[in-house]
Design a protein around this ligand. Structure first.
Ligand SMILES: [Zn+2]
Length: 284
């Protein structure tokens, strides 16, 4: 699994994969096979020769000198979901995390870039007939603005299903803390606002010993959005805001040449944003 470990100064970053798939990119209606094939730089890592997109659901563990942080907790096992292909999963995600050196009790911080079902799943696990926090020693950080919005969506079953089994049990256990969109987590890790996909969406910046990296969250779902940041994403809450965030942040990332970890980017998941004449590309 060496290809899933990176070092940014004093911070070791480990990717734990819950699943990778190749197929049509449903969230991006413009990402037709033709349009994806017109971006040959996406192959072989992020698209196949037929124009299908590869995507990943994974968590990143940030092992810093003072904190051990899990960023985004994927889908989780045993969850009943309206989206059939995400329902009642039985993966060995937690075994893989332990094998990478991170058993649940080693995690002291859980961080969700935003509150969507594929970013909060392993917040909890099923114990008997109850959902309990998977990481009993951890403080769970949720964006305050993000929670305010999400909490008001309970009448929508697609929200309520994960609020009830993956967020409320963490709050009830007293492990949740609601944070600012610019929160500093520790010397090496801080949040930056990247709203649009959701109201309180954040990305995560890692800086140590002159090296820098960022975890996108879902302000990007696939590297094709670097070439086409204005393509509409059906999962975005506010399309113009999401487009503005993409264009501005991609410009910053290209200028800084920092290492970019895409939350849904297939292996190798990390690379650098480079400026082309009219747009951006991803180089791994
Ligand atoms: Zn999302």
């Amino acid at each position: 699994m060496a290809e899933n470990v990176w070092q940014i100064g004093d911070v070791k970053i480990t990717r734990i994969v819950e699943g990778e798939t190749t197929g049509p990119m449903f969230l991006l209606p413009d990402a037709t096979k033709e349009n994806i094939l017109a971006m040959p730089w996406l192959q072989p890592h992020f698209a196949d020769e037929q124009g299908n997109c590869r995507i990943s659901i994974h968590a990143l563990v940030l092992d810093t000198p003072t904190k051990t942080i899990v960023v985004d907790t994927c889908l989780g096992n045993d969850k009943q979901r309206a989206m059939e292909f995400w329902a009642n999963l039985q993966t060995k995600f937690m075994d893989d995390m332990a094998a990478a050196g991170y058993p649940p009790e080693s995690i002291d911080t859980v961080l969700c870039t935003h509150l969507h079902t594929d970013h909060v799943g392993w917040n909890t696990k099923l114990e008997g007939d109850r959902w309990v926090p998977t990481f009993p020693q951890a403080e769970y950080l949720f964006g305050e603005a993000e929670w305010e919005y999400t909490d008001a969506q309970r009448s929508n079953p697609l929200y309520n299903e994960f609020i009830v089994d993956s967020i409320q049990p963490v709050i009830d256990a007293g492990l949740a803390r609601f944070v600012d969109m610019n929160e500093k987590i520790c010397d090496e890790v801080c949040l930056v606002p990247t709203p649009g996909h959701t109201p309180g969406h954040v990305s995560v910046v890692i800086s140590s010993k002159g090296e820098r990296a960022v975890i996108t969250g879902d302000f990007l779902h696939h590297p094709c959005q670097m070439e086409e940041p204005y393509w509409e994403c059906e999962a975005d809450w506010d399309t113009p805001m999401a487009q503005k965030t993409r264009v501005e942040r991609l410009g910053e990332f290209a200028d800084e040449s920092l290492l970019v970890f895409g939350t849904h980017f297939a292996s190798p998941s990390a690379g650098r944003v480079v400026r082309k004449s009219k747009h951006f590309q991803f180089e791994v």
